[in-house]
Design a protein around this ligand. Structure first.
Ligand SMILES: *Cc1c(COP(=O)(O)O)cnc(C)c1O
Length: 243
């Protein structure tokens, strides 16, 4: 915990472990309210645009899983933090010419939304590493500007991805359209959950529902999220909107 005693230190409202502790408390409260086990949902700290030193700080506060959206930025931070046992999650849109470093240097990819990307990740995953954990991103509210496969296309893509040898298909990821009313937030997450349960009923061994961010993590946890991806509530507002 930094105490702000130095007059020259920049003001960081979320410095040290404060933001992380607040989000952990929110997550614990939501899990308790849902009647779920305290460890039933994992926190991925979304650190896009956040300098490496602040990830190091969060690591010192006990955080191990970090989510990044931009390949070049992520690789630079991985180099700067190579002494730390971080679990790296890729959560952003992925172009096929950028799959190799992601296959080589991440543990998870949450944003698979077409077979070609999945095939490349599988082919490029080094034999010495465990299979790459992946989620299929679902465009649950069919927003034209958002990545993700349409809900009715999830099943075919999931069946195909599940057959790729160097990937472990773990579940679904979604970012619903922004909504402030908790009931609206929950309704969208409930639709993602229903898709997930349907795939499981068809025999896919899925265990991960990646949903919930700074503004809606409680709603996501109440609807069964097993992994929440939280950025600004931990690290403070990002410099550019949409980033
Ligand atoms: C940026 C981002 C987040 C985190 O968003 P916050 O609102 O800052 O918590 C989560 N998931 C994805 C895919 C993101 O791009």
């Amino acid at each position: 915990m930094s105490e702000g005693t130095s007059v020259t230190a920049p003001v960081q409202p979320q410095a040290g472990c404060t933001g992380l502790a607040a989000v952990r408390a929110r997550l614990a409260r939501a899990l308790a309210e849902a009647g779920r086990a305290p460890d039933a949902a994992q926190l991925v700290a979304v650190s896009k645009t956040v300098p490496a030193e602040r990830l190091r700080e969060a690591f010192a506060c006990g955080q191990r899983a970090f989510g990044e959206s931009y390949v070049q930025e992520a690789l630079a931070k991985q180099d700067a933090l190579s002494d730390l046992a971080i679990e790296w999650h890729f959560i952003g849109p992925l172009q096929s010419n950028k799959t190799r470093p992601v296959a080589e240097r991440f543990a998870w990819v949450h944003s698979v939304d077409r077979l070609r990307i999945a095939e490349r990740l599988s082919a490029q995953r080094p034999a010495a590493l465990p299979p790459l954990n992946v989620c299929i991103q679902v465009n649950i509210d069919r927003e034209p500007t958002k990545s993700g496969v349409a809900p009715e296309e999830v099943r075919d893509l999931a069946q195909a991805v599940a057959r790729l040898p160097r990937l472990a298909l773990r579940g679904l990821m979604a970012i619903p359209a922004p909504a402030t009313a908790p009931a609206t937030q929950r309704e969208a997450f409930r639709r993602v959950r229903a898709l997930f349960e349907q795939l499981r009923a068809e025999g896919l061994p899925l265990d991960t529902l990646s949903m919930g961010m700074s503004d809606d993590l409680e709603a996501a946890v109440l609807e069964g999220a097993t992994l929440v991806r939280v950025g600004s509530a931990i690290f403070g507002a990002r410099p550019r909107p949409g980033h």
